[in-house]
Design a protein around this ligand. Structure first.
Ligand code: FAD
Length: 360
């Protein structure tokens, strides 16, 4: 059945930071878009997951967005939503470099094909490829923790990825679950308009004073890298870096908004209950509990270890050297995604040598 598939050297799945960085480097070493490689992305517009981020996440509030390789992102208004700023930047990036991302195209499955090829099944047909760069991020797999009684709750439950701004919480009693940046940013926005807020985290949050240094960044990435080397599921890089202390956070702490409670034990029709009998009434439970890698389409390749993770050497999976994961685990940041894109291309180039096009 490989016969009916379009032949190519590399399929890149995902057109976010990681996928575009990979496409840029493929082109740079001589692979041509729509001949030697193809980029498939199921989002409606350029921007990767950024296009879906809530409007109040302005460009000024993101932690530090690294530009894509080869083109600066300059002069952006910090008050504009990051979804618009980065969406427009990615769009002009794709045009400038002629990356011709196919969208909206969903990859449904990747399997072993005939003749040493990988068969990529997508909504626009099949590709038989010699190598694969998976850059599908995490946005499509929001993580919902499970609690006894969750299904009996009479109010509204939503994940932070569906947050659209504080207005939808006006007058409500809101329980926010999660200890990351999204939890804190959304809690700070909701608190002034809500009737009451309760913040619940698994571990006591760690606030970090001062900017996050490069040294600490490397140490955080190394921690996640070590987990991946051991075949364990990666943690998010942000989960090991702590929360940056800002003026808004300092004020919220003084006002009591950031007084945190440990995880409750169960959910009732009207609120949440702790093991010691404490109860909080709630109209809304907001889960700012992060994401998992969106890689279900790779299941037929059986890349997972018994520990649940995918063991990797750099960006290459140990179980299939044709398959690279970029923006996964240790490279799940804008700077990590850039580096991973380049590393994957260098590795694939060696695998597929001799590469088409001129040598640099
Ligand atoms: P994405 O941007 O998620 O792109 C993946 C693309 O793949 C999407 O377009 C998606 O539609 C597509 N896709 C997924 N599955 C399929 C499929 N089966 N078939 C076809 N296409 C598919 N990092 C920073 O460095 N700085 C920050 O300030 C920062 N802020 C963040 C804020 C939030 C709220 C979140 C959730 C993350 C933040 N991050 C930040 C981390 C950020 O996710 C990464 O830095 C980076 O943008 C991820 O890029 P990516 O290309 O790996 O994934």
């Amino acid at each position: 059945d490989t016969a009916t598939a379009v032949d190519t050297d590399v399929v890149v799945i995902g057109g976010g930071q990681a996928g575009l960085a990979a496409a840029f480097h493929l082109q740079r070493v001589g692979y041509r878009a729509d001949r030697d490689f193809v980029v498939l992305d199921h989002s409606p517009r350029p921007g990767g997951a950024w296009q879906f981020r809530w409007p109040s996440l302005t460009y000024g509030k993101v932690h530090g967005m690294h530009a894509l390789p080869g083109m600066e992102l300059s002069g952006a208004d910090p008050g504009r939503p990051s979804s618009e700023v980065i969406g427009a930047y990615f769009e002009s990036y794709e045009q400038t470099f002629g990356l011709s991302v196919h969208r909206p195209v969903s990859v449904l499955a990747v399997r072993a094909g005939a003749g040493g090829r990988l068969l990529v099944e997508s909504s626009e047909g099949r590709y038989a490829t010699r190598a694969l760069i998976n850059a599908t991020g995490t946005w499509d797999r929001p993580f919902w923790p499970r609690f006894p009684g969750q299904e009996t709750f009479g109010g509204r439950q939503l994940h932070s990825s569906r947050y659209e701004g504080a207005e939808q919480f006006r007058g409500a009693r809101v329980v926010v679950v999660g200890g990351g940046t999204s939890a804190v940013q959304q809690l700070l926005e909701i608190a002034p308009v809500a009737a009451a807020t309760t913040w619940v985290t698994r571990r006591p949050p760690v606030f970090r004073d001062g900017p996050f240094g490069e040294e600490e960044g490397r140490a955080a990435v190394a921690l996640v890298e070590e987990r991946v080397r051991q075949g364990l599921p990666p943690q998010s890089v942000v989960s090991v870096t702590g929360l940056p202390m800002t003026d808004a956070i300092r004020q919220a702490r003084e006002s009591g908004v950031l007084e945190r409670l440990p995880l409750f034990e169960r959910i009732t029709p009207t609120g949440v209950v702790w093991a010691d009998g404490r109860r909080v009434a709630a109209d809304v439970i907001l889960y700012a509990t992060g994401f998992r890698a969106a890689i279900d389409h790779l299941a037929p390749l059986k890349l997972r270890e018994p520990g649940g993770g995918i063991r990797m050497d750099g960006t290459r999976t140990l179980r299939d050297p044709r398959v690279h994961l970029v923006g996964y685990g240790p490279s799940a940041s804008t700077i990590g995604a850039n580096r991973a894109g380049r590393a994957a291309v260098h590795d694939i180039r060696r695998l597929l040598a001799p590469a088409p096009g001129p040598a640099p």
